[in-house]
Design a binder for this molecule. Sequence first.
Ligand code: 3PG
Ligand code: CO
Length: 553
Amino acid sequence: QVSWKLEDHPSLPKGKTIALIVLDGWGEYEPDEYNCIHVAQTPTMDSLKQGAPDKWRLIRAHGKAVGLPTEDDMGNSEVGHNALGAGRIFAQGAKLVDLALASGKIYEGEGFKYISECFEKGTLHLIGLLSDGGVHSRLDQVQLLLKGASERGAKRIRVHILTDGRDVLDGSSVGFVETLENDLAKLRENGVDARIASGGGRMYVTMDRYENDWDVVKRGWDAQVLGEAPHKFTNAVEAVKKLRESANDQYLAPFVIVDENQKAVGPILDGDAVVTFNFRADRMVMLAKALEYQDFDKFDRVRVPKIRYAGMLQYDGELKLPSQYLVSPPEIDRTSGEYLVHNDVRTFACSETVKFGHVTFFWNGNRSGCFNPEMEEYVEIPSDVGITFNVQPKMKALEIGEKARDAILSRKFDQVRVNIPNGDMVGHTGDIQATVVACKAADEAVKMITDAIEQVGGIYVVTADHGNAEDMVKRNKSGQPLHDKNGNLQILTSHTCQPVPIAIGGPGLAAGVRFRNDVPDGGLANVAATVMNLHGYVAPSDYEPTLIEAVNN
Ligand code: 3PG
Ligand code: CO
């Protein structure tokens, strides 16, 4: 039985309107030409920085501070927003899968038993992102799963790959496919009929999110399930090399692998087992719906095979989707959002589609929907569909700013929470000039929101979920940009391990409130308690400590 009532803060008042702004992909790094935040005009964020150390500081947003396996793991939006919303650090999917594989528990659970009943007569299909990015999936986990499943009776295995180039360097897909082909060849030597069956670039095939564009999922379905794609190859390494001539890894066209008679080697058929091996939910849950739901009208599935399907994790605990899974997801309970609705804090949350679930679903511990619709309003601004965001780097920053401003001025809400996507979404394209434009637009949106806070006498908290736009090149250990063998700069499309800023301010911030100096290792998980304080409450005792103190002067 959870006691939802929060204790009153001894000195901070209630009833202030708080804007909670999360800049996606906005880290802190040395100023140079590849730091798009530095290059861009960002007067609002620059002026917040002037408030250091009392009103501006850096916090950790990667590695163990957000529940990832190692300090080499860059941050990402899932774990970042989970930590921001939950106020505690949970071992995340990447780590939980590692543990389950290492202990062998993954093979003892119900999910594996369920799929393994197909091994005798059917094929085991593995679908997911093929890279070592560690954001949605990890190649070494796939390798262990292939080995483990074949040792436990899988005789025919088909892998449906999605190439990355977003959490890892563009062009690295070829190497990952070669590695996988090697492993599959070894399995074949041991009598397992194991092959790559289909593929495509993650942003064009399968891995859409928040129902932005179902065509993406359909393209994957056609290749993976129906065995149909515009491109047919007999070899996956060749396929990726050839398709890279007209697109980068993220956007490779869908392809199927065919035999000498041009017949697809691995459509998904009745009696087969399917595992989606991504541990992260947002970009797999749409396919999970297509695989699992009887009633489904998002696109014409043409043929719906009778399969046994399991996710690497359960992707949505509220929807119980998928119903079977190999590893239990982190149990992120008692999030700050749930506490706040029980303590009369009325919340407004907004972003555009591509980040909407970040400030809602991830924020609330991977839970769909509101806790209490009477206390909360979630607004999604439709993202542009079918473009890469470097051609539209301003995205919907202005619209998000306007919605937040209106929500603040309406005085109907105590917390107005937004995610401003530009630094991240444009940063992932690797287009440096566009990312500079993106950062400027994000800064303008912050200004719009902090101006509204000025008008209502409120408080703002501005932070970010992880780094991205502040460093757009791969560097050596001493920080020099790296070049590939043709002398081209190695563009970093991925997130970084940099810390992120957090700033507090606004006319409603009580005099004497400042950042403490005794939480030097503070991270994203410390933000929830901080915000609860600003709402006039003390955070639950097991939350990571607040970053602020109120000194009498
Ligand atoms: C993506 O899914 O776009 C990237 O892999 C990670 O980006 P995000 O963590 O910022 O969403
Ligand atoms: Co990102």
